[in-house]
Design a protein around this ligand. Structure first.
Ligand SMILES: [Zn+2]
Length: 376
């Protein structure tokens, strides 16, 4: 029986709904300790983080992952208990099987295999795990990176095990993510009777010109690796419910997912100037969800692409789409960051599963990447 499958099952059986770790990190720490890793438990509030490192000097390669999972949803809709790992038609079913306890298991077994055959490494090998990736992510990787920066430590190469693949493991890996800028805009008018519009200010009418212009805002991607950035309005609300009343306010939510070619400040300025131009009486509340990043094609991407080619026999596609990940906290330190994990078709869903073969192949790819970057 496969060691990666066994460990994935052991981790899935622990109910680590975010921000709970439920003992997952202890299992990983115990196994890494046997290979001489130095273990630090960096806990902030309810969140558990593990920083395990082997070696004294040289560039750090780190596996980055999370032990928390999203809630299972209605249990009666699952074909098997979400926390009882179940093999079914070449799949391993259970909450976290794909996102991302399968990858965490492959981190551990690939390190074990690599170190068993090659005990002298050049550089350092680390594992960083958090129990708060699926939650607010405030006390997780962001805090660990702060801690490492204060110690003067910096990750050179970071491999995030998030599920990135489509048809088979390794067909897609990620080299960057878009940033996210959100805003809530409140437009102030003056409430009144629809029959007496001269005694009221209709915020819907006041906003209509700006709405049209905002919805057409785009920012060009100049890296060649991202889509152009566009603005999306997700909510718009006004009206008192009565049909004979001009409302007093209008509230709107918008979001821009943007490439590294545009800063969040540029986006803020462009939105602000549309509103100013239309002489709207408004308030705006900004939220920066995450900064964009793009990893240059260098040692880490080379090692990843070559390993996938060797193990699976395919040319992997590097992508920058999808939501955000904890890689966003590591990339600003100057680290090369990639994401490579199993198929993502079932993540966060009922009956989440991972192909058992993917786990085995992921293990092999990870072993190969370690050899390419760390062989003395
Ligand atoms: Zn995840």
């Amino acid at each position: 029986m496969s060691k990666t499958l066994d460990l994935a099952k052991e981790l899935i059986s622990l109910k680590s709904v975010t921000p709970n770790d439920a003992g997952c990190q202890e299992i990983v720490a115990k196994r890494l300790k046997q290979f001489g890793f130095n273990i630090e438990n960096l806990n902030f509030g309810d969140v558990k983080n593990l920083w395990a490192i082997l070696g004294d000097s040289g560039p750090i390669f780190a596996f980055l992952g999370h032990t928390d999972v999203v809630p299972p949803g209605p249990i009666d809709q699952w074909e098997s208990d979400p926390f009882c790992p179940t093999e079914k038609n070449e799949l391993l079913v259970g909450r976290g099987s794909a996102d991302m306890k399968g990858s965490v298991a492959a981190f551990v077994t690939s390190i074990e295999e690599y170190l068993s055959s090659k005990p002298n490494i050049s550089g350092r090998l680390a594992v960083l795990l958090t129990s708060d990736e699926e939650g607010p992510a405030v006390d997780g990787v962001a805090k660990v990176i702060d801690y490492l920066e204060k110690k003067g430590e910096k990750i050179e190469w970071c491999l995030v095990g998030e599920p990135t693949s489509n048809q088979q493991v390794g067909d897609v890996y990620k080299i960057g993510r878009r940033g996210s800028v959100s805003a809530k805009i409140i437009v102030h008018g003056s409430q009144g009777h629809v029959a007496y519009p001269d005694r009221a200010i209709n915020p819907i009418h006041e906003f209509s010109g700006a709405l049209d212009e905002l919805s057409k805002l785009t920012w060009k991607d100049k890296t060649g690796n991202f889509q152009d950035s566009v603005l999306q309005i997700s909510n718009i609300n006004s009206g008192t419910g009565a049909t004979n009343v001009i409302p007093g306010t209008l509230t709107l939510h918008l979001n821009v997912r943007h490439s590294p070619s545009t800063t969040s400040d540029e986006i803020k300025n462009d939105i602000q100037s549309v509103l100013d131009k239309h002489k709207i009486n408004f308030e705006i509340l900004w939220e920066i969800g995450g900064l964009p990043f793009l990893t240059e094609k260098k040692e880490l991407t080379n090692a990843v692409e070559l390993s996938i080619k060797e193990v699976i026999g395919i040319n992997s596609i590097s992508s920058t789409d999808g939501g955000t990940s904890d890689g966003r906290f590591v990339a600003p330190t100057g680290a090369q960051v990639v994401e490579l994990g199993p198929g993502n078709a079932s993540i966060h869903k009922i009956n989440e599963s991972v192909r058992i073969k993917d786990l085995e192949n992921l293990h092999k790819i990870y072993v190969s990447i370690l050899a390419k970057l760390l062989n003395a």
